[in-house]
Design a protein around this ligand. Structure first.
Ligand code: ACO
Length: 325
C-alpha cells in the first residue's frame, strides 16, 4: 500500500567564522587543552560575532539547504526552527527567518527541546507532511549557546559552541517498508523530573533575565547513554532492522565519550559514526544537522543509505530518527 514519506531534498550548514581553541579558553579559565580533549574530544568551537544572532546563523544554513535542494523559498509551506537561544523571547526566530527568506505565505514556528531540538523539529515536520498539511518543509537547528554560558564556569563553558544546520523535506511516496526512501520513523521521549540536572537559571517568567546554563555533567552523561540506547533500539525494532544495517550513525555531538559508549551499546561499528564534536563542540539543536551536512558534503552519506539520528538534551528530552537517504 502506498504511504506518504518525507524525503530529504537537501542539507545545509553555517558556522560563525571565529574559531576558539581549547588553548584560547585556557588563557582565561583554569582548564587545559589536554583536560578538554581527554574528557570530551573537543578541540575547538565556533563563537558567533557580536551582533550575529541565531536568526543570522539559521538563515545562512537555510539558504545553503535550499540551494542544495534546488527549492525556492516561495515553495516552502512550513519552517520549524529548533533553538534554545532564540533572538528574542518572542516572536519565534522562525518567523524572522521566514521574513528574511522573502516568504509571504506558509507558517513558521520554533520548537524548544534544547539539544534534542532538531530531532523534535524533524519529527514535527514529518508528521505535518504525513498528515497532508505541508508538502515542503524547512527544518532548522540553530543556536548561539555562547550567549547563555557562564564564561567563568569551566565545567560548562568549554563544552559548547555556536552554529546552524538545516534540511529541506519534501512529500514523496513509499511502500510502507524500510526499503522506502525518506524518514522511516521518529521517536520522541521526555522526562520532566530531570530538570535540575541540566537547565538555564533564568527566563522571562521566573527571573525576567536570560540566565546561564547549569549542569550536573556526570549525571547527564549517565542518563544520556541509557536514554539514547533506548531511542536507538526503538528505531531499529520499529523498522525491523539491525545495527548492522545502519550505514551512518549521526548522533548528537555532545561528547566523544558519549558517542563512543552509545555506538558501542547499540552495536554500531565506530567506522560508521559521524563525529564533528572535535571542531564544533556541542552546538545543541544545530549539532545533528551540522554533522549531517558534513557527512553529505564529504560524500559519506549517499542516496539509499540508512542513516540513524539521535539526540538528548535538557528536560530531559531525547529521541531518534531513521532515514533512508
Ligand atoms: N578543566 C579542568 N578541570 C575541570 C574542568 C575543566 N574544564 N571541568 C571540570 N573539571 C574538574 C572538576 O572540577 C573535577 O575536579 P575535582 O576532581 O578536583 O573535583 C574534575 O575535573 C572531574 O570532574 P567531573 O565532572 O567528574 O569530570 P567528568 O569526567 O565527569 O567530565 C564532563 C565532565 C566532560 C562534563 C562529563 O561529565 C560530560 O561530558 N557529561 C555530559 C555533559 C554533556 O554532554 N552535556 C551536554 C548537554 S546534554 C547532552 O548533550 C547529552
Amino acid at each position: 500500500m502506498g504511504v506518504i514519506r518525507s524525503h530529504v531534498a537537501g542539507v545545509g550548514a553555517y558556522l560563525p567564522s571565529r574559531v576558539v581553541s581549547n588553548e584560547d579558553l585556557a588563557v582565561r579559565l583554569d582548564t587545559s587543552d589536554a583536560w578538554i580533549r581527554e574528557r570530551t574530544g573537543i578541540r575547538e568551537r565556533r563563537i558567533a560575532a557580536d551582533g550575529e544572532l541565531t536568526s543570522d546563523l539559521a538563515l545562512a544554513a537555510a539558504q545553503d539547504a535550499l540551494r542544495a535542494a534546488q527549492v525556492r523559498p516561495a515553495s516552502i509551506d512550513m519552517i520549524v526552527l529548533a533553538t534554545a537561544t532564540p533572538d528574542e523571547t518572542f516572536p519565534a526566530t522562525a518567523t524572522t527567518v521566514q521574513a528574511r527568506l522573502g516568504m509571504t505565505r506558509g507558517f513558521a514556528f520554533d520548537v524548544q527541546a534544547v539539544c534534542s531540538g532538531f530531532v523534535y523539529a524533524l519529527s514535527v515536520a514529518d508528521n505535518f507532511i504525513k498528515a497532508g498539511q505541508a508538502k515542503t518543509c524547512l527544518v532548522i537547528g540553530a543556536e548561539t549557546f555562547s550567549r547563555i554560558l557562564d564564561w567563568n564556569d569551566r565545567t560548562t563553558a568549554v563544552l559548547f559552541g555556536d552554529g546552524a544546520g538545516a534540511v529541506v523535506l519534501e512529500a514523496g511516496t513509499g511502500q510502507g517498508s524500510s526499503a522506502d526512501r525518506g524518514i522511516l520513523s521518529t521517536h520522541l521521549f521526555s522526562d520532566g523530573r530531570q530538570h535540575d540536572l541540566l537547565y538555564v537559571d533564568g527566563g522571562p517568567s521566573k527571573t525576567r533575565t536570560t540566565g546561564f546554563l547549569r549542569m550536573e555533567g556526570r549525571e547527564v552523561f549517565r542518563h544520556a547513554v541509557v536514554n539514547l540506547t533506548e531511542a536507538i533500539d526503538t528505531a531499529l525494532q520499529t523498522n525491523g532492522v539491525s545495527a548492522d544495517d545502519i550505514d551512518w550513525f549521526v548522533p548528537h555531538q555532545a561528547n566523544q565519550r558519549i558517542l563512543d559508549a552509545t555506538a558501542r551499546k547499540a552495536g554500531v561499528h565506530p567506522s560508521r559514526v559521524v563525529s564533528t564534536v572535535a571542531h564544533h563542540a556541542n552546538t545543541s539543536a544545530a549539532s545533528v544537522p551540522l554533522a549531517l551536512a558534513t557527512a553529505v558534503g564529504d560524500g559519506r552519506i549517499k542516496p539509499g543509505n540508512l542513516v540513524l539520528l539521535e539526540a538528548m538534551g535538557g528536560g530531559f528530552t531525547w529521541g531518534s530518527a531513521l532515514i533512508r537517504w
